[in-house]
Design a protein around this ligand. Structure first.
Ligand SMILES: Cc1cc2nc3c(=O)[nH]c(=O)nc-3n(C[C@H](O)[C@H](O)[C@H](O)COP(=O)(O)OP(=O)(O)OC[C@H]3O[C@@H](n4cnc5c(N)ncnc54)[C@H](O)[C@@H]3O)c2cc1C
Length: 383
């Protein structure tokens, strides 16, 4: 019998994980990626839970382990770079729990790409412009005018998913802005004021800046700030918007923003995607396209990999009933997604505290985090 075909839109973590898991299940995937080539870098993420379990089943956990960022402190600094307090790396390790790994988003993508490179065709520089389906399959028209037919279409094309817009309706029907903007970029070097092998954070009223020294000469920076009108900030572009939102800390951001390569910056609204259904017939959304939980939940990569793994398992279980497999998959995954979204919403104040009191309040558990019993409780709370 011929292998079932799946078209996957998006070669991010969700799309590549789906390509890997479905090819392991005997499917023939084709990946459609809008970017002209593989994207690089990203920002550090904590990878754990369902993501780690899925990665283990797919056989990529050892490769991910090799890339993990180990032994870093969390340094909380004043605006002038003097230390306020530090959570030492031993306590950070306990906070992550046994399974948690710090990884660069781009490294997770890399590992998944290496695992699928020989078996999966990726069409770069292409997107989808139309989708229709019948009882037997789904037809996709691509931006170059070509057409593909498959048994299943996976929309893994992120927060601003085109597959979602084409099949489920416009983004504003599902997007819930959390009133913040996030920017992330890689740096050529660590700013002098930031300690080595640390994630250094400066929080002032309404904004947070973090610079992460990841070792091997890799340094990432990210910014979050509160705003009532995220779309207006995005329209301005990262350099101008960040220069206005971050008049300091001068030792870290002034030069960085002046030299910012805008095309290398991730710059977006912090928004969740809330949908009653993630599938319709033979079309399914996966990852941020379906349920973006946001940076405030800190679990999107894990859900993308875990969700892909579970999707493959359900499709293996019900090979003759694809819509039924998709419904079963949704039912199994939804409780965890809803819980992570709830945590994400509850965390919004942490990144852009409204006053100095909220900053002090946020700091209490962090200052205590070096105490083992508190670390264990915190770890449980953060999940
Ligand atoms: C600053 C920051 C920190 C984070 N920290 C964590 C963390 O600690 N832990 C964690 O687990 N998660 C974290 N996340 C979330 C995590 O990065 C995402 O949830 C995860 O990468 C989801 O990946 P995705 O593949 O669904 O979407 P994306 O990474 O957005 O990938 C979508 C892909 O689709 C492509 N694409 C888009 N539109 C089209 C189109 N029309 N046609 C074809 N291709 C298209 C894009 O180019 C991209 O390659 C963080 C996110 C941010 C922004």
């Amino acid at each position: 019998m011929a292998a079932k075909r799946v078209i996957i839109v998006g070669a991010g973590i969700a799309g590549l994980a789906a390509a890997l898991r479905l090819s392991q299940a005997g499917w023939e995937p084709v990946v459609i990626e809008r970017a002209p080539a593989r994207r690089e870098g990203g920002y550090p993420v904590v990878f754990s839970g369902v993501g780690r379990a899925g990665a283990q089943r797919m056989g990529v956990l050892p490769a991910l382990r090799e890339r993990q960022v180990s032994a870093f402190d969390l340094a909380y600094l004043r605006a002038d770079s003097r230390p306020r307090f530090t959570v030492p790396h031993t306590a950070v390790r306990r906070l992550f729990g046994d399974g948690g790994m710090a990884l660069l988003r781009g490294d997770i993508e890399d590992v998944l790409h290496e695992a699928v490179a020989d078996q999966v065709r990726i069409r770069f520089g292409a997107t989808v412009t139309a989708v229709t389906q019948d009882d037997e399959g789904v037809d996709v028209t691509l931006s170059d005018g070509s057409a593909e037919r498959a048994d299943l279409l996976v929309g893994a094309d992120g927060l601003h998913s085109t597959v979602r817009a084409l099949v489920f309706g416009p983004e504003d029907r599902y997007r819930r802005d959390l009133g913040h903007v996030v920017a992330a970029t890689m740096l050529d070097q660590r700013p002098d004021g930031a300690p080595e092998r640390a994630f250094s954070t400066v929080t002032t009223v309404g904004r947070t800046f973090t610079v992460a020294d990841l070792g091997d000469g890799r340094v990432a920076a990210f910014f979050t700030y509160g705003t009532a009108a995220p779309d207006a900030e995005l329209a301005e572009g990262p350099r101008r918007a960040l220069q206005r939102a971050f008049p300091g800390p001068a030792w870290a951001v002034t030069e960085l923003l002046a030299d910012l390569r805008e095309e290398a910056v991730y710059f977006d609204s912090v928004s969740q995607i809330v949908m009653d259904r993630w599938s319709q017939g033979r079309v399914v959304l996966l990852g941020d396209a379906a349920w973006c939980v946001t940076i405030f939940a800190g679990y999107g990569s894990s859900l993308a990999v875990g969700g892909a793994d579970l999707l493959g398992a359900e499709l293996e279980r019900r090979p003759a009933d694809i819509p039924g497999a998709l419904r079963a998959w949704e039912q199994a995954l939804r409780p965890e997604v809803l819980e992570r979204q709830r945590k994400g919403r509850a965390n919004t104040g942490v990144h852009a505290p409204r006053n100095r009191f909220e900053i002090a309040l946020r700091d209490v558990p962090l200052r205590l985090a070096a105490v083992p019993v508190v670390t264990r409780l915190l770890g449980r709370h953060l999940g």
